[in-house]
Design a protein around this ligand. Structure first.
Ligand code: ADP
Ligand code: MG
Length: 485
């Protein structure tokens, strides 16, 4: 929300962790999966037994590079890992293997749409690192429990420059990152399961100032909605402090969704505490030209490019393009459908309306086979030829075809009685019924209130249960009203 009188400007930088959807962990062959029996995916390497050595997962490297390409980053040709030392019970090695001064991707930007304009959000880096295990504090009264299944699973950390200025911008950016990682099939984007996690760094400064204020980091936001809410309450809290001339201290806070407040977790360690040094057990990683160009070739058309193309090439309204590109499978289905029909708008309407609704009701989605695209085209053709109206096609024909995929579209619609009625006798009968019911309106129409024809059409539509052919009906209605004048 923008408040012009507000003398402060919020500054936000996000650190987003995305768990890469590789089969195995970053440095060993243990499975990388969520939800298994605790401590069932752990070899000596995950547990950091003395003498074990890490072995880099090439797939994870390729996923990181793909994300870097999608975010217009510079890809570092020789990159190496570093140890970030800290002690935590769920970190078996006592350090995390991450990247420090040579992240695999640098700079770059991600365009987001904010208040109908495109804004490029600049990135600082994307680096590879391993995740820690998990401490479970509420399983037992006396003890904390440790699950090491997650220890060593591959993450990319996407770090923005401090260039976001509202909770809404942060929300849009994170949504775009989520869409991108899912689009590239490198992360499932599931925030509830922690596949995508976000820390928000927030500060405020007087409007017009270029200097950054003291930042507060709000950690572990595990839903898109909470990210937006947490950032907004934190901005408000900082502004309140500033207004009261109270000092803002650099600290790490947590967000409590129930009370919609943030509370302090700990003072921020300074970066030096981590005693970073190059990981001696892993050689530097060279991204050679062949590896890079193969990945570049394998890149799909990105969602923002697709949106642009749908608007330019198919003349779709932006809203339709956005709905179709919200998920790759939907966009791919649309791409398949346009091979059969050039009525792009009708295809988009059917897909984003009734088809999505149907799948939603069936608790299904576009990852399962949906209606063959040529059947969708046949429905569109019936609509185009005025043989069926859109709402019956949407509410009856389409759901029917979903469960009777081998049926001929026209035969089914005819047999079930869903086609429009253009038989003049039948239509005239209905028109007469309507006119008889509203003699006053007929008189008013004849005295010049031509708009009333819409009301009469509506009534005919009702009586015919939506099946009266609108083009013929309106013609007959006009004739009748003029004749009886
Ligand atoms: P740290 O070492 O504490 O993690 P970094 O300098 O690496 O800090 O920055 C982490 C994130 O915080 C980045 O996204 C960065 O853009 C953001 N950031 C840094 N300083 C500020 C600030 N003063 N206000 C808001 N965000 C900031
Ligand atoms: Mg940080």
């Amino acid at each position: 929300m923008k408040c012009e009188k507000e003398p402060y400007e919020a500054v936000i930088g996000l650190e987003i962790h995305a768990r890469l959807a590789t089969n195995t962990k970053l440095f060993c062959g243990d499975y990388n999966r969520f939800g298994d029996t605790p401590n069932s995916l752990i070899s000596e390497i995950s547990l950091a037994h003395p003498g074990t050595l890490p072995f880099l997962n090439k797939k994870a490297v390729s996923f990181a590079v793909k994300m870097g390409i999608a975010c217009h980053c510079d890809i570092t040709d020789t990159t190496y890992f570093a140890r970030k030392n800290y002690f935590y019970p769920d970190l078996p090695k006592g350090y995390q293997v991450t990247q420090h001064i040579s992240p695999i991707c640098k700079n770059g930007y991600v365009p987001i749409r904010i208040e109908n304009e495109i804004k490029d959000i600049f990135l600082n880096r994307i680096h590879l690192e391993e995740d820690a295990g998990k401490s479970l504090h509420d399983l037992d009264d006396k003890f904390s429990c440790l699950d090491f299944n997650r220890a060593g699973t591959p993450l990319i950390e996407i770090v923005t420059e401090p260039v976001l200025h509202s909770a809404e911008e942060a929300y849009q950016f994170l949504s775009e990152i989520r869409r991108l990682v899912k689009w590239l099939d490198i992360c499932d984007g599931n925030m509830e399961e922690g596949s995508l996690r976000c820390d928000a760094n927030i500060s405020i400064r007087p409007k017009g100032s270029k200097k950054l204020g003291v930042k507060v980091e709000v950690k572990n936001l595990n839903s898109l909605r909470f990210v937006k809410k947490a950032i907004q309450v934190e901005i408000n809290r900082l502004i309140e402090l500033a207004k009261k001339n109270q000092q803002i201290i650099q600290e790490t806070r947590s967000y409590d969704a129930t009370s919609n407040t943030t509370f302090p977790m700990r003072d921020k360690e300074s970066a030096d505490d981590y005693r970073y040094f190059p990981e001696p057990d892993l050689p530097p990683v060279k991204i050679n030209e062949g590896f890079f160009s193969d990945l570049k070739k394998s890149m799909p058309e990105l969602p923002s490019q697709k949106e642009k193309r749908y608007c330019n090439e198919y003349k779709l309204p932006l809203l339709d393009a956005e709905r179709l590109c919200a998920e790759k499978q939907v966009a791919c289905y649309f791409d398949e459908a346009v091979k059969y029909s050039t009525n792009y708008k009708a295809l988009a309407n059917l897909i984003t309306g009734p088809l999505m609704q149907y799948l939603h009701e069936q608790k299904s989605d576009f990852s399962n086979p949906v209606l063959p695209a040529n059947k969708l085209e046949e429905i569109v053709q019936l609509i185009d030829e005025n043989k069926i109206n859109f709402s019956i096609a949407a509410s009856k024909l389409l759901p029917f075809l979903m469960t009777h995929q081998n049926e001929d579209v026209l035969v089914a619609a005819t047999r079930e009685g869903w086609l429009q009625i253009n038989d003049t006798d039948e239509l005239e009968k209905w028109i007469q019924m309507v006119l008889d019911r509203m003699p006053d309106k007929v008189k008013q129409y004849q005295q010049g209130k031509k708009g009333l024809i819409g009301l009469m059409m509506g009534e005919v539509k009702k009586i015919s249960k939506g099946k009266a052919d609108p083009v013929i009906t309106i013609k007959l209605l006009e004739e009748k009203l003029t004749k009886s004048n």
